[in-house]
Each structure stands twice: as C-alpha cells, then as structure tokens.
Design a protein around this ligand. Structure first.
Ligand code: NI
Length: 144
C-alpha cells in the first residue's frame, strides 16, 4: 500500500472575523488578521491518497486525474479569490485554515468517486500550509 502526495499552490485573501463576536472581541482574538480589508496568503496544498500500485501501470494514483479533480474543485474556485466573499461556505463561517482544510476535504471527497470510481485510491489527507510556520492537516476519514 502506498500513500501518494501531490503539492499544489494557490493565492487567496481572507479576513478572520467571527460573526458571533463583537468587533472588539474579534480584534482581540484575531489581531491584525481581523483588519477590515483582509490580507493574502500563498497557500500550499498537499493532497494525499492511499492505494496499492496497479498491476498494469505500476502506479497507485493517476496524477493527471488527481490534478484535474483538484483544479476543478479547489484551484479554479479559490485562485485569486477573497475566500470570505467568493466562496459560499465562508459567507457565515470564518475562513481559518482549519475551516479551509475542512472545506477542501469536503469538496474533494464529494467529487472523488467521479474521478476514481474503483475501490482505490482513497482520499486520505489534506494538508494546508498557510505560511511556512502554520500548517494544518485534516484526515479525510473524519469528514462524513
Ligand atoms: Ni491570514
């Protein structure tokens, strides 16, 4: 069994602001990340899938299929967007990297069977580096 990981990048902006909290509480909680007009990140996304190497191809994951899925579900809708305004899931949900990882995992999991209809490979993990020091991992099995 193999775990295969592929790395992608996209740039997007966001503002950390919880709708349920006051402006003062938001400033205290998120600091400069709460600045009204937001800020950008060059996100590095790693998508991991698990499966056996195919007897014919010798590969566990077809990278072209994975690229197509990630481009359609994540890169095209998120690239150069404001996550708060342009992504429906973040209209009422703060686009922290934790919530972003959940949303990306959901999108990939939902469309996974259309690209990988067989038993393998399975989506295993999504990892997002927001900065070189802030890295967030989501286990795909935890998403219903
Ligand atoms: Ni940020």
């Amino acid at each position: 069994m193999f775990r295969v990981t592929r790395r992608y990048q996209f740039a997007a902006s966001h503002r950390l602001h919880a709708h349920g909290l006051s402006d003062e509480e938001n400033r205290r909680l998120y600091g400069k990340c709460n600045n009204p007009f937001g800020h950008g990140h060059n996100y590095v996304l790693e998508v991991s899938a698990r499966g056996p190497a195919d007897a014919n191809t010798g590969s566990a994951v077809d990278p072209r299929r994975l690229d197509e899925l990630v481009a359609r579900e994540v890169l095209q809708p998120f690239e150069h967007r404001n996550l708060n305004c342009d992504v429906e899931a973040f209209r009422d949900l703060t686009p922290t990297s934790e919530n972003l990882a959940v949303e990306i995992c959901r999108r990939l999991k939902r469309s996974w069977p259309s690209m990988f209809p067989g038993e393998w490979p399975k989506l295993e993990k999504v990892r997002i580096a927001e900065t070189a020091r802030n890295i967030f991992e989501m286990d795909a099995h935890e998403i219903p």
